[in-house]
Design a binder for this molecule. Sequence first.
Ligand code: CIR
Length: 256
Amino acid sequence: MFQQAIVRLPGSNFVRGLTTAGLGLPVYATALQQHAQYCMALEECGLALTRLEPDPDYSDSTFVEDTAVLTQRTAVLARLGAPSRMGEAAGMRDVLTHFYPDLQSIHPPGMLDGGDICEAGEHFFIGISERTNETGAGQLTASLAGAGYTSCYVDIRGMSGLLHLKSGLAYLGDRRLAVVTALANREAFRGYDLVCPQAGEEYAVNCLRVNDHLLVAAGYPVFETLMRDLGYKVIILEMSEFRKMDGGLTCLSLRF
Ligand code: CIR
């Protein structure tokens, strides 16, 4: 069960963040509305929120998930792989040490974005991507192993549409994964119950299980119906402005 989440309000610099989506510039006022709805949904799921102010130095800093890996028994501060985002983690150190006094860190030349790390109970899938290198992944593996967790790598380099592993993978609980078809045959997922989106609904895979609820992006009706049919208590959230910046539901918070 999650009890808390950390979020950061998008700043007016949000529109200048990194993106490959080609969906046009986000509308800031709409992003603020969508962020507010997202925060309300987390509260509906029973989480107490720590709300951070916008960071004027970092356009992508609303995507707090990338700054750390938080688990029940350990926490690791990331070293973000995009040069324009690398300084974001330092701005999270104080708030995280408040909750995790023994906060560990990824060190150079390691690079790691939290969006590449998918927790699945006692096991973690670690994406090797343009943002997370093997050195960073190795450091995280050691930290996780020290806390009694297992992990394995999933290489997503060169796969179009997947900025981070969690752009195409979500753990739904009970050994069930939502996964894009392009990743479904990976050895790492053998033994799990896999749910794949239909073509054109890949973005919906970045859904977020929070306690009894499942947060799903609006606009993907087949995926939504699939999740309802599987028995999840689905909360639909409009994510259009964050999608324009390559972000999704998981990116906007750190849950613990
Ligand atoms: C970036 O390129 O870093 C941001 N524009 C989007 C980050 C999305 N984060 C995530 O998927 N965890």
